[in-house]
Every structure is written in structure tokens, then in C-alpha cells.
Design a protein around this ligand. Sequence first.
Ligand code: HEC
Length: 203
Amino acid sequence: MRRVVLPLLSGLALSACAPHELGDDRARMAEEAQARSEILADRFQKELLSALTAAMAAEGPQGAIGVCSSIAPALAAQLSEESGASVRRTALKTRNPAAKADAAEQRVMASWAAAPIDDEGRPKRWTAREGGEYRYMRAIPTMPMCLACHGENIAPEVTAAIRAHYPEDQATGFAPGQLRGAFSIRWEDAALARAIRNGGGGQ
Ligand code: HEC
């Protein structure tokens, strides 16, 4: 008798609990993905800005283009490798064609184009579970220091240097406050689970 009842009972218990537990698990994973993505986007932004600021001061915008074109992809690769997530920048109008937005990124950035900053003055965020992944995006607004390379009146020698690296450049004509692009971070389930197991806050 026991042998029959026990599996039956545990089967019942499982079917009653599983959907609930699965929901809790998903919610926890979504929270983890968001918290870790926030840290990754902060680091990407901070490290890139300090490298860019130093290069601009030392070499001016023309020289800083080389720094930007080598440091930005290297940082994205390093943060991806360390975290297990896919970390990159994207835009509606790209300089590097590799930054071209996928359908979800296009949709989200189009909804931010008019106002990339929220009521509290923070860049807008988006999170979702899509295509079996946890996704995170954060708006990158245009700041005055970006105009030397992304603005309306770019010096001719800077334009020439940009064109030499990026013949398909579309990322000019921006004004301060406009949406320039976004950080875009994606977590596959296995990568996120591994990151959680390894501990730390995504650093
Ligand atoms: C010295 C010139 C320079 C300055 C100043 C500059 N950028 Fe860029 N930007 C570049 C280059 C070069 C790339 C292409 C980098 C690459 O190959 O990934 C780029 C790419 C980007 C991208 C990735 C998407 C794309 O279009 O390829 C974003 C987003 C971006 N810049 C935002 C900014 C913001 C925001 C600022 C101001 C804080 C800024 N940039 C200042 C030169 C510059």
C-alpha cells in the first residue's frame, strides 16, 4: 500500500506546487539578471567614459576615434566574457555596422527616441524575457562631449578620420539630450544560472 500511495501523493504535491515554484524561480532569475545587468552597464559606461575623456584631452577628437574604436569593442568582449552575458551597445543610427539593432532593440529604442530620460532624470531601462533569454536595455543619451564625433558640426578632419574607419557611418547629427543608443545585455538561462552559482554581484 505504502509503495503505491507515496508516489501518488508526491505526484499530487508536485503538480500542485510546480507552477508556483517555477514562477518564483523565474521572478528570482529576472531580478538577478536585472541586478547583474545594471552593474555591467555601469561598468561599461564608466570605463568607456574615462578612456574617452582621457583620449580627448590627450589627442583631441581625431586621435580619440582610434581609442574609441579599439576600446569599446574590447570592453564589450571583456564584460561578456567575465559575466557570461552578451554585453554590447546598439543604436538606431550606427557608426559600427556590428552595433545594428535586432527587432526588440529597434522597438525599444524607437519608444525612447523622444525622451530617453525618465522623470527622475535617469536613462530609461527595459527588461523582458524574450526568445528564452533575460534581456536588459538602458538608454544612452547624447551629452555635450559626444558632439565632437556624433554632433551636427563635426570638424572636417574628424569626419575624415571617422569615414576612414567607418565608411557606412550613420551616427552623426545628434543634439544633447537625444537618444544616441543603448546598452543591451542578454542572459541565456544556463549562463545566468552559472553566474549565480559562482556568486558575486556580476563583477
Ligand atoms: C572621439 C570621437 C567620439 C566621441 C567623442 C564619442 N564617440 Fe561614440 N563612437 C565613436 C566611434 C569611433 C564609435 C564606433 C566604436 C566601435 O567600433 O564600436 C562610436 C560608437 C558609439 C556607440 C555604439 C553604436 C554605434 O553607433 O556604433 C554609441 C552608443 C556611442 N558611440 C555613444 C557615444 C556617446 C553617448 C558619447 C558621448 C558620451 C560618444 N559616443 C562620444 C566615436 C566617438
